[in-house]
Each structure stands twice: as C-alpha cells, then as structure tokens.
Design a protein. Structure first.
Length: 587
C-alpha cells in the first residue's frame, strides 16, 4: 500500500513541507531570540544610562561611597535589577545586591572594560544559580572624562520564558500546519494518483483483452492526455485485433472448406498447420497432426524427400505421387518454401487427382471403345459401297442385297448414336422424366410383350410372373419400360437356344422389386463390378453382341427414379438382374 504512487506523492509533499517548516521555524526562533536579547539589552542599557546620570553628581562631588551604594540599592530595588556602580579604577562603589567590598575589582569584567573604553559594553554569563545573566554597563562621563561605570544586571529568565512561549506557539502552529499539509498532500496525491490508478487498472484489463473499456479521468492535464492516449490505443488495438480476427476467420474458413489438403511445417519438418482435407487424405484428425513430423503424418518417404528437398534447396517442388496401400491415390503435390524474417517454412498442397486420372482413363477407354464400335460397321459400309462402285450395281440382285446390308449397318450406327445421346441425357444432373403414379405390373407386361418375338426367334422361353396386387410407384413408365427391355434384351443375347428367361415382380419393405433371371452363360465374379459401365463387355461371352450401353442406360434410369440395380451371377449358371424402386407413399 505504501509503495503506491499516491503514498509516494503524499510522502514527498509532507517531507518537503516538514523540512521547509523546520528550517523556517529554526530561523524564526533564532531571529526572535536575537531580537528579544537585543531588546532586553537595549532596555538594560537605557536603565543603566538613567542610573549613570543619577550617579554623576555623587561622583563629581566626591561623595562617600556609602551614598553611592545606597543610591544603587534604591534604584536596583526600583527597577528590579542588580545595579553596580564601579569607579574608574574598577573598585566597586555601590551594589544593590552585595557589599561593595565583597565584589573585588571589576575592571577586568568584559562589560566594564568595554564601557571604560567605548562608553558602553555588554556581556552574558552564568549567575550563581547557573541562570544566564546579562550585564550591561555604561560609562559615567563628565565633559568626556570617564568618572566610573554603572552596570545593570538581570537574569535572562524573562527572555527564556518569553522565548519558551513563542517556541510553544510556533511548534503548535507548525504541528497544525504539518497536519493540514499532510491532509492536503493526501488529497492532492489522491487527485493525481487516482486517475493514474484508474488508467493502470483499465490498462491491465485492456491487456487481458477487454478493449471495450474507456478511461474517464475528468482531467485536462497530462493524466487526461494519457487517458485519451490509452483510449485511442485501445480503439486502435480493438480495430486491429478485429481485422486480424476477421482475416484469421477468413483463412480458417478457406482452410476448412478448401478441397485440397494443406500442411505447413517448420524447417525441421514438424507440422504446424493442417486442414481437414489433409486429414481426409492421410487419415485421422487434423488437430492431432500439430507438432508431429511430416513423415509421421503422411507415412510416405517420397513426399518426405520432396519436403526436405524444398527446405534445403529453397525451391518449389511439384510432383504427382501415388500414396496409400491397397487403395492407391494419386496426389498432385506442390511444396513451396516460405521465408519469414530469418525462419524458413514449407507449405505443402495436396490435390487428389485420383478421380481425374480415372476419368482420363475412362475418356481414353471411351474413345477407344467408340472407335472400335464405329470401325466395324463403317468398314463394312465402306466395303459394300466400294463393291457397288466397282460393278456391283450391274447385278440388281447383288446390289439390292448390298444396299440392304448397308441399311442394317446404318441402323446399327443410328441406334448406337441414339443410345449414346440417351445415356448422356441420363447422366446429366437432372434428366428429363415424366413421373406419375405407375402400375409396375403393366410396365412389365408391355415390356415382355414387345420383346417376346425376339425371344421366340431364338427359341427361348420368356415369361412374366406378376402378382395380382402391387403397390404403385411414381415414375416415368416409358423410361422404366426401356430399362426392363434393356435387361431382357441382354438376357436374350447371352442365353443359349432353349434357355429360359423369367421376369418376376415382388414387394419387399415398401419397395417394388423387378428381377430378370436367365439360364445363360453367366458372368465371372471379377467382371460383376463393371457390368454397368458403358462399353464394358465380358470378353469370353459378349464379343460381337452389342456395344455395351444397354446396362449403363438401365442403371441411370433406375437411379433417376431413386432406385437401385444389382446383379447376381455365376459362370455357367445364369444371371439375375434386380431393380428395386420405392413404392408410392399413400396420400
């Protein structure tokens, strides 16, 4: 408490004033004492002069010393002081207190000696009781001739008592002044230190982050200016911190939402920043990456080499790296050095291009497949046309046969182009469907009826098994019929003559299932995940039988209706393709 600025200011004020008061008091007391002594001496001198005048006739006339002694006693009693009349030779002629004979020669006394030489003298020395006594002597002169000396002596008791009263009064006044000074000093110190304490208190709160506080000191002096400076500083800090927090929030949003993985390390390869996308790539939680080594997070030596190449060479590193175990992923990796002051950091960006590479492969495969599918009919058409140009037109029967074959190839090309366009529309985000309450049993019967002639031509037993009551569905009947016909057509293509194809309808868990089962050649297990891909063919059994778009179209039609499609098959035991569609909700 006593170390506070308030008490230090108050103590300084008090010490200064007490010291000043002490010096002034001492000076005044000395001055008063000197004045009192001087006044006392002057009074004694005046009395001595009067007595000298009264004693002059006695000395001039040569009167007996007893008369002089009587005069001294009478005047001493009158003025209340000791009166001594000394002859020129220093002998005592009369004394108001003692016998002249007992006093001895007084010529050696300083006041007497000085009076004889100068006409007046004074001295102070202890009396018989130890009390200081002032002796004032004046010469008795006649026409400048010194006849003797009159000495008046009086103890300084009155002066001391008077000085004691003055000292008491002065000390009391000094104490009162000091007390008032202390109170005033405390008040002034509080007035000065109060705002400073307020500034200090609020500055500490500001340091803890409470920048909404303002300092009000009600002063226009330096403290007020300091308070205003603190307020301005707090406002500036608040705005700066808000701007930094805004930028940090923006950065956090960017880091949280960006699709690419990001890791930042120090020069030792210790991760200091990571985003959720990086955690999706390398597994775990991004928060657990902090303060772990880069290789511990990525678990890939090639990525680690890239990082330290970047840190050592201070150059950006760009490379496509395959990471992962069984499920390989291709990462487009960019690692750039960052220099801040004298520190070096590395910022690694990981873009998962696995899907892009897969799509590039699909694109290449699509181009290869479509080229292959177009090459055969186009080559056939070209050969037929060249044959006709080289003379085939001269034989009408041959020309008609060739033109018919050209027409079939053109129809095949047209069908393939239509299927591609249809698949493209279905693969769009919002395929155009006319959905309404649909009787799936009617859709199945119409699909079987339309494709049944094709099955009969191949000698296949095609039949539909439909229960009498079914839950309706919401869908596009034309598109659903197209999907079923593609499945049945696929079954016809891969079922040998004499085989059987059954289309069944069932309801399970508020879903309507339509299954197309055949007794065909079946599909190997490694081919099952790919049968719904466009242009995919099982090499062993599907060569030359379609272009591989029907199942892909069926899949997209079913998915557009919120349904699923699956296949179960074993080589040599036939296949079962099942469509599951959600039943319509009752109104």
């Amino acid at each position: 408490m006593f170390r506070s600025i308030q008490w230090r200011i108050a103590a300084t004020y008090v010490l200064l004033i007490v010291a000043s008061m002490g010096l002034v008091t001492i000076y005044l007391l000395n001055l008063v004492q000197e004045n009192h002594v001087q006044t006392f001496r002057t009074q004694l001198g005046a009395q001595a002069r009067l007595i000298a005048d009264a004693s002059l006739p006695l000395l001039e006339e040569g009167r007996d010393s007893r008369e002089v002694d009587a005069l001294a006693r009478r005047l001493g009693s009158h003025i209340g002081a000791r009166v001594t009349v000394v002859a020129r030779d220093g002998s005592v002629l009369g004394d108001s207190s003692e016998s002249p004979a007992a006093l001895g020669n007084q010529a050696t006394q300083p006041e007497v000696e000085e009076a004889l030489r100068k006409g007046a003298g004074a001295a102070t020395r202890p009396g018989l009781e130890g009390t200081p006594v002032m002796f004032v002597a004046v010469s008795i002169q006649r026409n400048s001739q010194v006849l003797g000396v009159v000495r008046v002596a009086l103890p300084l008791t009155q002066v001391e008592e008077s000085l004691r009263e003055i000292v008491t009064t002065v000390l009391l006044a000094a104490i009162i002044v000091v007390a008032l000074t202390v109170l005033l000093a405390v008040y002034i110190a509080r007035r000065i230190a109060g705002p400073v304490k307020e500034v200090t208190h609020l500055a500490r709160r500001m340091a803890k982050g409470d920048l909404d506080q303002k300092i009000y000191v009600g002063s226009t002096g330096e403290v007020g200016e300091m308070a205003e400076s603190f307020n301005d500083m707090a406002l500036g800090l608040k705005q700066t911190i808000e701007a930094i927090n805004l930028e940090r929030s923006k950065l956090e949003v960017v880091l949280q939402e960006m699709a690419d993985g990001l890791l930042m390390t120090d020069r030792e390869g210790i991760v200091i920043l990571a985003n959720p996308a990086a955690a999706k790539i390398f597994g775990g939680d991004a928060k657990t990456y902090i303060r772990r080594s880069f290789i511990e997070v990525t678990r890939d030596h090639e990525l680690s080499r890239l990082l330290f190449d970047c840190l050592s060479q201070r150059e950006q590193q760009v490379r496509d790296v395959d990471v992962g175990g069984l499920e390989k992923r291709n990462l487009r990796t960019i690692i750039a050095p960052i220099r801040h002051d004298r520190a070096v950091y590395a910022l690694a960006l990981f873009q998962d291009v696995t899907e892009l590479r897969r799509l590039e492969g699909v694109r290449r495969e699509f181009v290869a497949n479509i080229s292959h599918e177009l090459r055969t009919p186009l080559a056939s058409v070209k050969a037929l046309v060249e044959t006709l140009q080289e003379g085939g037109l001269e034989e009408p029967a041959v020309a008609r046969d060739f033109l018919a074959r050209v027409g079939k190839e053109v129809d095949k090309l047209t069908s393939m182009v239509n299927d591609l366009l249809d698949l493209s529309r279905l693969e769009s985000e919002q395929p155009r469907l006319t959905k309404e309450l649909t009787d799936i049993g009617k859709v199945v019967r119409e699909a079987v009826g339309r494709i049944e002639p094709q099955a009969k031509r191949k000698g296949l037993d095609l039949a539909a098994e439909i229960p009498p009551t079914l839950l309706p569905i919401v869908g596009d009947s034309q598109r659903l019929q197209q999907a079923l016909m593609n499945l049945i057509d696929n079954a016809i293509k891969f079922t040998p003559e004499g085989g059987r194809i059954r289309v069944t309808v069932d309801v399970r868990d508020e879903r309507v299932e339509v299954a197309v089962a055949d007794t065909g050649v079946g599909i190997e297990s490694e081919d099952l995940p790919h049968v719904f891909e466009r242009f995919y063919k099982v090499d062993r059994s599907r060569a030359g039988k379609g272009v591989g778009l029907g199942l892909a179209i069926a899949k997209h039609i079913v998915q557009a209706h919120g349904g699923t499609i699956r296949v179960e098959s074993a080589l040599g035991k036939g296949s079962v393709f099942t469509i599951a569609l959600p039943a319509a909700k009752p109104r």
